[in-house]
Design a protein around this ligand. Structure first.
Ligand code: ZN
Ligand code: ZN
Ligand code: ZN
Length: 375
């Protein structure tokens, strides 16, 4: 329940991740990885710069060399305190000096490098200018599975985040929906997520009635009415790891059709979950969920992929989507979230985070998947 749990990872954990990342880079034919502030840097070092800054901070991981963190001198003392710093050389630079020349000196002048998706273009352009013989690939394209397999401590944090999201649902279902605005229910969700230990709220979707048919609908001023289906989809970060769950509730007694569509999505979600086991391709999870909906004649109304990975962010590889042949590995964590969206009428989505075990899958969300009737 506290946002200041002791850091669960040791310097050795971070060192091990950097070693694996460097090996994976070499295996992928890359001369190294250039990691900008963001999820990959947090995962590899435990360091998150205090604020977004235009000054260059970059982790340089070159296979066979000691890793180096290029960091502005004024931020070096903070960086040095990060849990993952032992084993990492700090190369600080002061204003007026050229950080790109210092970085270039660490790199193979004709190498191909993986660079964080969120690195600033101005930094990449300056590096290309300093080293015209280099080329670059998006880190997520080059090494999509870098953070995909979670260790035991990460799984515990993801389970705790999932339990906090579940506690949020158990509270929100007691709150009256009819007559209130979507935005008010969304504010309740954000408040509850924080109350149950989230430090960051990434999304609080409340999509009522016809808005539920748009999976991208976030929240609006529509007043929720008696008879509405309401898609709730919420999550964020607790102690650095993500939650993401959806349940669809109904205000008052549902119609027979609403019940049937909800049951269908629940069966699809169950089928997707049951498809999870080591060695199965990601796309098989999508196919298993989709087949249930298609067989019932609603295939054209399931208009998104079945799931996405989760970890230090709430959306990341692996993706449960047709064409993704990556086999599931124990420790992977991702959503299973089929839905049916009937334009102009209503939508239903049911979402759990699932982790791959040695012989199947384990859900990290466990509130009821039966339709919940709210006031
Ligand atoms: Zn209804
Ligand atoms: Zn979601
Ligand atoms: Zn999701």
């Amino acid at each position: 329940m506290t946002g200041t749990a002791p850091a669960p990872f040791t310097a050795d954990d971070y060192r091990g991740r950097r070693e694996r990342a460097a090996r994976a880079a070499a295996d992928a034919g890359l001369a190294g990885l250039l990691v900008a502030p963001g999820p990959d840097l947090v995962w590899l070092t435990g360091y998150a710069p205090p604020a977004e800054t235009e000054r260059l901070t970059l982790l340089v991981l070159v296979p066979g060399q000691d890793p180096v963190l290029v960091v502005p001198a004024l931020e070096a003392p903070d960086a040095a305190k990060a849990v993952g710093m032992p084993g990492l050389a700090l190369r600080d630079w002061t204003d007026g000096k050229d950080p790109y020349a210092a970085t270039a000196a660490l790199l193979d002048a004709s190498g191909r490098f993986g660079i964080s998706d969120n690195a600033w273009a101005m930094h990449l352009l300056a590096l290309q200018k300093a080293l015209p013989g280099t080329s670059y690939a998006s880190l997520t394209d080059a090494l999509p599975m870098l953070r995909a397999v979670k260790d035991r401590a990460e799984l515990e944090l993801l389970a705790a985040a999932g339990a906090a999201a579940d506690a949020t649902f158990e509270e929100i279902r007691k709150v009256p929906f009819g007559g209130r605005r979507e935005s008010e229910a969304a504010a309740d969700l954000a408040h509850l997520l924080r109350r149950f230990g989230h430090s960051q709220v990434d999304f609080t979707i409340v999509a009522s009635g016809p808005n539920g048919a748009n999976p991208h609908h976030e929240v609006g001023d529509r007043v929720i009415e008696r008879g509405d289906m309401v898609v709730l989809d919420f999550g964020g970060l607790k102690d650095g790891y993500g939650s993401d769950t959806s349940r669809t509730v109904h205000v008052g007694e549902p119609t027979e059709e609403e019940r049937r569509v909800h049951d269908l999505v629940r069966e699809a979600q169950e089928a997707g979950y049951r498809a999870v086991r080591p060695g199965v391709a990601c796309q098989e999870v999508d196919r298993a969920a989709r087949a249930v909906i298609a067989e019932a004649g609603y295939g054209e109304y399931f208009i998104h992929r079945t799931g996405h990975g989760i970890g230090v962010t709430t959306h990341e590889p692996p993706y449960m989507i047709e064409g993704e042949e990556q086999p599931l590995v124990p420790g992977m964590c991702f959503s299973v979230e089929p839905g049916v969206y009937l334009p102009g009428r209503f939508g239903v989505r049911i979402e759990d985070i699932v982790t791959v075990t040695e012989d199947g899958g384990r859900r990290l969300n466990d509130t009821t998947r039966e339709m919940v009737i709210v006031d």
